[in-house]
Design a protein around this ligand. Structure first.
Ligand code: NAD
Length: 496
């Protein structure tokens, strides 16, 4: 497939319904990680720009907070339709900016559209409540429980699923009736800036403000701004601490979607045809740059040798290629920095005593030499205590670890600071449920991996985060609850 130049040479930010440059005119350049070509430039927001965006959001909130659920539903549906109508273009931009295979970008865009549709459904099912409270102390009362939007929120998202993470953040904001200032990663800002052009005619000015820039500058300005009522962050656990501290200083809530080191557990009675595919899906999807990647593959001892042998062969067959080609199964890592980090972990693993069963190096075949391509990699002879089994590598590198029985598998799966996800592969339903319940993680798949449709909550235990997204329960995180409590008695209390 040919690359179609569907993106602009330069983009502007969306602030208060207008497309603007940074106040000091500074820009950042975005390059395609697969071939190093310059794609576009976009603004690096100053402190003043962030402040302008926050003010625009508060101004919009004055009327937006009273917009009916039916209107917000309509807006969410229109955004979904606009995404669908532009899905080829958005997918191409995502692939060029991030390096992920086009088939995956297309999936992300469609899932993103569905996310807006899901929250369009949620909006109309959110009902306030009223009840009569009749207790001996206070007599007859009517209690009305109202949900109100929390206000203006600050949102920061990562580079691994730029469009989908934006959808995960923006849809609940609109559904809840909040306004936002959102910042994408400076590595991958283009798909959100392209979405800005689609949503600007649909959403009232100032409801969604998009500021672009680096984490250390623009991101920090967001964290420092005093006028947010909530922060929402997806990214590394390291930066998650800073977000949490910033929220604590302001005494506002923060939802955090952070890193992981998830266990993909294969019992000897697993469905073999699905299992090998499931191990690949867990660690090769999105070049392994997935927060919930199944980066620790636990295999029961009696099938271990056969499993490793077949997985090695399967990894060798994976088509690593230019991401815009339709038959590419694995594209480019997002940056030189990310590739270097992955390669350094392979070296750390070797020093710790792990063996590279397949891969372990950069792929520089033919046209891939210009990009940051990595070979699918399996580390064997790994002990769960090793750094490669404990730290997030964020690449197509899985550690394979042998286990004896259920207890053994659960204990090792939980021996990590993280708790984002995991999976269990078995044909014994009772075992599947026992193990799924035993794993300390927010998402446990059974006989599948990396399947994250809207309507199924996602979020982490332990150092993987706070809060759940992709389900209507996130609306609570963007809401304040107000109780209006009305006396129905004609008489005074009589206490004075
Ligand atoms: P990152 O933490 O480096 O950056 C995330 C975002 O934070 C970016 O927009 C970045 O510009 C910004 N940022 C960086 N430093 C900042 C600072 N000091 N102040 C304010 N903002 C700052 O993460 P990344 O490398 O973009 O993404 C990879 C990480 O994200 C991985 O750890 C992955 O597990 C995690 N992730 C988690 C989920 C989830 O749902 N749990 C989903 C996707 C990615």
């Amino acid at each position: 497939m040919e690359v179609q130049k569907v993106w602009d040479d330069s983009y502007k930010m969306l602030i208060g319904g207008k497309f603007v440059d940074a106040s000091d005119g500074k820009t950042i350049k975005s390059y395609c990680p697969a071939d190093g070509e310059l794609l576009a430039s976009f603004p690096e927001a100053t402190k003043e720009d962030v402040d302008t965006a926050v003010k625009a959001a508060w101004k919009a909130f004055e009327s937006w907070k009273n917009v009916s659920a039916a209107e917000r539903q309509d807006i969410l549906m229109k955004i979904a339709d606009a995404i669908d109508a532009n899905k080829q273009k958005l997918a191409m931009i995502e692939t060029m900016d991030n390096g992920k295979p086009i088939r995956e970008s297309m999936g992300d865009i469609m899932l993103g559209a569905d996310h807006f549709r899901y929250f369009a459904g949620v909006v109309r099912s959110e009902e306030d409540q009223a009840s009569i409270i009749n207790d001996p102390g206070s007599g007859n009362n009517l209690s009305i429980i109202l949900r109100e939007p929390i206000g203006v929120v600050g949102q920061i998202i990562p580079w691994n699923f730029p469009f989908l993470m934006a959808a995960w953040k923006l849809a609940p904001v609109i559904a809840a009736g909040c306004c936002t200032v959102i910042k994408p990663s400076n590595y991958t800002s283009l798909s959100l800036l392209e979405l800005a052009k689609l949503i600007a005619p649909i959403v009232p000015p100032g409801v969604i403000n998009i500021v672009t820039g680096r984490g250390s500058t623009t991101g920090q300005y967001l964290l420092d701004h005093p006028d947010f009522r909530k922060l929402a962050f997806t990214g590394s656990t390291e930066v998650g601490y800073s977000v949490s501290e910033a929220a604590t200083k302001k005494l506002i809530p923060a939802t955090l979607e952070l890193g992981g080191k998830s266990a993909n557990i294969f019992f000897s009675d697993c469905n073999w045809r699905k299992a090998i595919d499931g191990a690949e899906m867990g660690i090769l999807y999105n070049q392994g740059q997935v927060c919930c990647a199944g980066s620790r593959i636990f295999v029961q001892e009696d099938i271990y040798d056969k499993f490793v042998a077949e997985l090695v062969e399967a990894f060798k067959k994976v088509k690593v290629g230019l991401p815009w080609e339709h038959d590419t199964q694995m594209g480019s890592q997002v940056s030189q920095e990310q590739l270097d980090k992955i390669l350094s972990y392979v070296e750390i693993g070797k020093k710790e005593g792990a063996k590279v069963a397949v891969g372990g190096e950069r792929n520089t075949e033919g046209p891939l030499a210009k990009g940051f391509f990595m070979k699918p990699t399996l580390l064997i002879d790994v002990d769960n205590k090793m750094r490669v089994a404990q730290e997030e590598i964020f690449g197509p590198v899985a550690c394979v670890i042998k286990f004896k029985n259920e207890e053994d598998a659960i204990a090792m799966a939980n021996d990590t600071q993280y708790g984002l996800a995991g999976a269990v592969w078995t044909q014994d339903i009772n075992r599947a449920i026992r193990v799924a319940r035993g794993i300390e993680a927010g998402k446990v798949w059974v006989n599948q991996y990396n399947n994250l449709p809207a309507g199924t909550p996602f979020g982490g235990y332990k150092k993987s985060g706070i809060g759940r997204e992709t389900h209507k329960m996130i609306i609570d995180e963007y809401s304040e609850i107000k109780n209006i409590f009305i006396s129905l008695d004609e008489n005074p209390t009589g206490l004075y």
